[in-house]
Design a protein around this ligand. Structure first.
Ligand SMILES: *Cc1c(COP(=O)(O)O)cnc(C)c1O
Length: 301
């Protein structure tokens, strides 16, 4: 049911300036639990089961991929799920929340002020009174077990592409980058492209996640924060043109919230020499993209 290890495909493109670029197709892991959402949930599902928890409760915005993936994971792996959604209820439900409900998720809503208190024990006690005991997944699912899952992704990748020099991924909370960098070892670098505006705090978050996951922070990563296109879930005509152009050249329609911003940032850093010629670079396709056609012969396994 899960496509792990996820396949690696090489991209040929005349803009690569002597760089070998491969795509790690984590988006193909599972149709409902793609990419880094599966990597981040796997260890948490095991921990929840070990603790005898039957219910997963988590937090997110109304369009959160993490909410959708948690609902699907509960459905497929036998957990009840509760989604605590930021803001007011809007009916009819948007497609993300409607699908979550189809996957059995119960939804509850918190206004923005109360949502900000999501770590408050009093709020968690109220949620326990309403929904019964639960295994708590933080917003975005980003905890040490999540980063560990992403470190395993890095280990899997090194098995597939032993000469990889640089791994590139998008950054939301930073757990994916923290885990990948930690799992790569010191001779390889990780480059994260922030999809948030004003994400200067992200480096601190990545460091903190690495310390809680590995006991120390590593120095083999950076966050580039000039490729957010106006901020989270914002898009511009330039980004849309890039997505169309990439689809024409490679047959892959990039997810615009995360993956397209990463790819744009990566190609910019290749063009301006920040990624040195001669490098082998792997871009992690962390979430759902649409294949226009995928010849199986492209798959390196
Ligand atoms: C959630 C998500 C991310 C962000 O991952 P973080 O670990 O929060 O940085 C990146 N890409 C996709 C496709 C996502 O859905």
């Amino acid at each position: 049911m899960l496509t792990v290890p996820s396949p690696v495909v090489e991209l040929s493109d005349d803009r690569l300036r002597g760089i070998r670029l491969l795509l790690k197709r984590d988006d193909l892991i599972h149709p409902d639990i793609p990419g880094n959402k599966w990597r981040k949930l796997a260890g948490n599902l095991a921990a929840a089961a070990e603790q005898g928890s039957r219910t997963l409760l988590t937090f997110g915005g109304a369009y959160s991929n993490h909410i959708a993936a948690t609902a699907a994971a509960g459905w497929h792996f036998g957990f009840d799920t509760v989604g605590v959604i930021r803001g007011e209820q809007h009916l009819p439900l948007n497609p993300v929340l409607a699908r979550a409900v189809e996957h059995g998720m119960r939804l509850t809503y918190l206004d923005r002020t109360r949502y900000r208190a999501k770590h408050d024990p009093a709020l968690l006690a109220e949620l326990t009174a309403e929904f019964g005991p639960f295994y708590l997944l933080p917003e975005g699912g980003s905890n040490a077990l999540a980063a560990e899952g992403c470190a395993r992704l890095a280990a899997e990748l090194v098995e597939q592409v032993s000469d990889v020099d640089v791994v590139c991924c998008p950054v939301g909370t930073g757990a994916t980058l923290a885990g990948i960098a930690g799992g790569l070892g010191t001779n390889r670098r990780a480059v994260g492209i922030s999809v948030l505006k004003g994400g200067g705090f992200l480096a601190d978050d990545v460091e903190a996640l690495q310390r809680s996951t590995f006991g120390h922070a590593t120095t083999n990563w950076l966050v580039a924060d000039e490729f957010h296109f106006g901020g989270y879930a914002r898009r511009t005509p330039e980004l849309d043109t890039y997505i169309d152009d990439f689809a024409t050249r490679h047959g892959l329609v990039l997810d615009w919230v995360y993956v397209a911003k990463m790819m744009y940032g990566l190609f910019t850093m290749i063009a301006d020499g920040r990624i040195p010629a001669g490098s082998t670079v792997v871009a992690v396709i962390t979430g759902r993209c649409e294949d226009l056609a995928r010849p199986q012969s492209d798959l390196l396994g």
